[in-house]
Ligand binder design. Sequence first.
Ligand code: FMN
Length: 209
Amino acid sequence: MLSISDLRENYSKYELLEENLTKNPIELFDTWFKFALETEVLEPNAMTLSTVSLERKPRSRVVLLKDYSNKGFSFYTNYQSDKGREIELNNNVSLNFYWSKIERQVRIEGKAIKLSFEENDNYFNSRPMGSKIGAIISRQSRPVNSRDEILKRFEEYDLSQMPERPKNWGGFIIKPILIEFWQGRPNRLHDRIKYIFKDNRWSYQRLEP
Ligand SMILES: Cc1cc2nc3c(=O)[nH]c(=O)nc-3n(C[C@H](O)[C@H](O)[C@H](O)COP(=O)(O)O)c2cc1C
């Protein structure tokens, strides 16, 4: 019989030591992200985004990371979706990446800011036609009576004109103020390094597992 309580991994593949750290955590994220790609982690760009609801309750869902740099971490969505409206009222969010194949987790906390019209247009225009139309016709997070209703809207979309980005569709960039790197280690003695952005500079601290 399956016993979930007996499921356990003894993480032992890698380590995160002080000598591996960079001053800027984005550089370490870059190294880890590229390593996740090299080792063929499935969808390493999938990240859990948590927002705070209007009732001040946490809410999480997965979105796709589209870019990262010293400016922050970005993703795209419908601004009128639940998450879009939640961010509008409270832009404190957190992100979580779990790359099980390499026994690593990255936690990010920061403030979400809307990307510019130009950045939104550039990314929207780079998407395949089907995704553009999908973004235009979906009223993300609203109740709908049937899947057929959505498909009908999709099929009836007038293709005589190039689809333009709807004003309610675009990206957010998360400006990080905390980034924690977690590396699974044997005997639950995991490596945890937390970076904090304060007084315009990053500093780090090792945490107990
Ligand atoms: C792997 C994966 C990737 C996803 N990527 C996105 C994304 O980039 N943007 C997005 O709006 N929703 C994405 N979704 C859907 C969201 O998880 C969510 O269902 C949707 O955005 C509605 O969330 P909300 O009602 O909280 O606004 C993705 C889901 C999965 C499982």
